[in-house]
Design a protein. Sequence first.
Length: 308
Amino acid sequence: QQSSNGPVKKSMREKAVERRNINKEHNSNFKAGYIPIDEDRLHKTGLRGRKGNLAICVIVLLFILAVINLIITLVIWAVIRIGPNGCDSMEFHESGLLRFKQVSDMGVIHPLYKSTVGGRRNEDLVITGNNQPIVFQQGTTKLSVEKDKTSITSDIGMEFVDPRTQNTLFSTDYETHEFHLPNGVKILNVQKASTERITSNATSDLNIKVDGRAIVRGNEGVFITGKTIEFRMGGNMELKAENSIILNGTVMVSPSRLPSSAYGEQFNNGNWLRFKLCMCADGTLFKVQVTGYNMGCQTSVNPCGATH
């Protein structure tokens, strides 16, 4: 309290009462000395917002990579069996040789250029496909081993060589267009063959036998030569040519197998056309329509002339 003459002095009793009230208020006020401040206005530490989400994604990605690495390690340890002493199932050599020491289950193998697949000298190499063919392919050359057949396909030819002696056992040899069978092989059994020439030795016969139907076709003609040519078939024999068919040599036809007409049948009944097979002195064959009994090979156009 103040007056016009200056501050009014308090008595000792008033000062004691005022001090007691102040102490009483301070002892009952638990918020004394604290200043209320909004938390959003304070400086924040750590990763918050987008940085926090990015950190969580990185941690999750590292965890997934760790799990994948663990699975790969377990597969390598269980399947390939890599241990302190090396690999139990395969060996790697400095020459590039990969050797399998036990039964291996594999799918598709892509070897390097000019690779070789082989087995031990005193052991068989067994390759088995589970209900699937075994295919060896290098470029355009393919070897397929199936349950009922083995096929080899190549656009550049094939050759089988003995790895010990380096002798050629079998070769298609397309450069000279010769197809030589291995020594000791007398019979070649195929379903379809495409070649330019089929020959036999001068002292041996060439026999072609089929169970069903045999078709011999040539893009530039078919030429059959030999000391004696013999065709035996159970059914029909058909010769087709765009221009002409030339039988040069002695041709023997068994008339007992040719069809004959019944006695007394009319020739010009309108249903049948009959021809007589005739031959010139030079071996040219031609036909003449039969119009009556006991007719010869006379025709208005002589095919045996110089122009023919």
